[in-house]
Design a protein around this ligand. Structure first.
Ligand SMILES: C[S@@+](CC[C@H](N)C(=O)[O-])C[C@H]1O[C@@H](n2cnc3c(N)ncnc32)[C@H](O)[C@@H]1O
Length: 333
């Protein structure tokens, strides 16, 4: 191509290129968006997570399924042992067993009570206590952790049990867990007898008893006495007991294994707790039953008592000395 023609063609192409290029007025500014830094961790792998979850579900399911199997085996072994014939008839008073079993008592009932929800019921019952509190048949003090001591609603706690060994265990536990609350008294004595009360009125505000009816040969006498030691106006007796069920078939089972259980553990768990409460003369404020009716919860209050008659002036002809020290005294007969 001749030189001139080539130059003309080049300038045509340049002109076309300039024409196609956007004019400076139409150029728009686009800011650069910062790009995220490349991640150093690898993204979650959903299939592994899913697999872990399935394993966890399988383990939980197997554990749940094993509970009834375990319970079945334990129950069968227990019934066989408890209903085996005894060489001697089992006495009604088996409370001496607690002296023997005090050291192992907590360990032997801890798991079962938690599984059955008894621990929760203890917490609820003890949580209702206020003022000067008496716990009768207190054993190793299994309710002590649940008294609302930090709230200031409790003024004193008196724990009473006739087994010195059980009271010793309770005392040691109190020193470990509740030592900051120093208004605690421990007594080895029978719950059928009057217990000294630190309240100025001489009455307790709350009396608690858990699993005590089953282990004492005279439960009505114990409950009657508890009712007499509680404030006649506002006092409450709180009970958590075990005994007969709503169901005849279950009562048959309880009757069958009760002697063996009582002989070994010191507790007749086939008593009619409702009938015992009725005979004690206490008034029912609230009653609840759990576990086919075998666990009994009661809030009781004493029946209104007639006020003691105070004789203002006793006129008996010729009685009393000159200063009248005897005459008019309410205690003089
Ligand atoms: C099954 S244990 C219950 C202990 C505790 N209250 C609890 O809930 O774990 C029964 C307790 O009642 C006591 N006990 C039985 N008859 C009693 C009585 N007449 N006076 C005082 N304590 C008695 C026994 O010594 C034993 O410690």
């Amino acid at each position: 191509m001749p030189k001139r023609q080539h130059a003309r063609q080049t300038s045509h192409l340049q002109a076309a290129a300039i024409k196609q290029a956007p004019s400076p007025a139409t150029l728009t500014y686009k800011p650069r968006t910062p790009q995220p830094a490349p991640s150093t961790t690898s993204p979650p792998r959903p299939n592994i997570l899913l697999r872990h979850r399935s394993i966890a579900l399988f383990v939980a399911g197997a554990a749940l399924a094993s509970i009834p199997v375990y319970a079945g085996f334990t129950y069968t072994a227990y019934v066989r042992e408890a209903s085996a014939p005894r060489a001697h008839p089992v006495p009604l008073d088996v409370s001496d067993r607690y002296d023997r079993n005090a050291g192992d008592y907590d360990a032997s009932v801890d798991r079962l009570e938690w599984l059955m929800g008894i621990t929760r019921l203890r917490r609820q019952l003890a949580g209702k206590a206020r003022g000067h509190v008496l716990e009768a048949s207190a054993g190793t003090g299994r309710n002590m952790a649940y008294y609302p001591l930090p709230s200031g609603r409790i003024k004193s706690v008196t724990l009473v049990d006739r087994s010195a060994a059980m009271v010793t265990v309770a005392r040691i536990k109190w020193a470990k867990t509740n030592a900051y609350f120093t208004n605690a008294l421990f007594r080895v004595q029978d719950a059928r007898d009057k217990v000294w009360c630190p309240a100025p009125s001489g009455y307790f505000d709350t009396v608690v008893q858990t699993m005590g009816v089953c282990s004492t040969p005279e439960p009505e006498a114990v409950l009657r006495n508890l009712g007499e030691m509680v404030d006649p106006e506002r006092g409450r007796v709180l009970l958590l007991e075990h005994g007969r069920s709503h169901y005849g078939w279950l009562n048959d089972v309880l009757d069958k294994i009760a002697p063996g259980h009582a002989d070994r553990h010191g507790c007749w768990f086939n008593k009619d707790v409702g009938e015992i409460v009725e005979k004690s003369g206490l008034e029912v404020v609230e009653a609840k039953r759990y576990h086919f009716g075998t666990t009994w919860w009661f809030e009781l209050k004493p029946k209104p008592r007639p006020k003691p008659v105070v004789v203002e002036k006793l006129e008996i002809a010729g009685a009393g000395d000159a200063a009248g020290t005897k005459r008019g005294s309410w205690w003089w007969t």
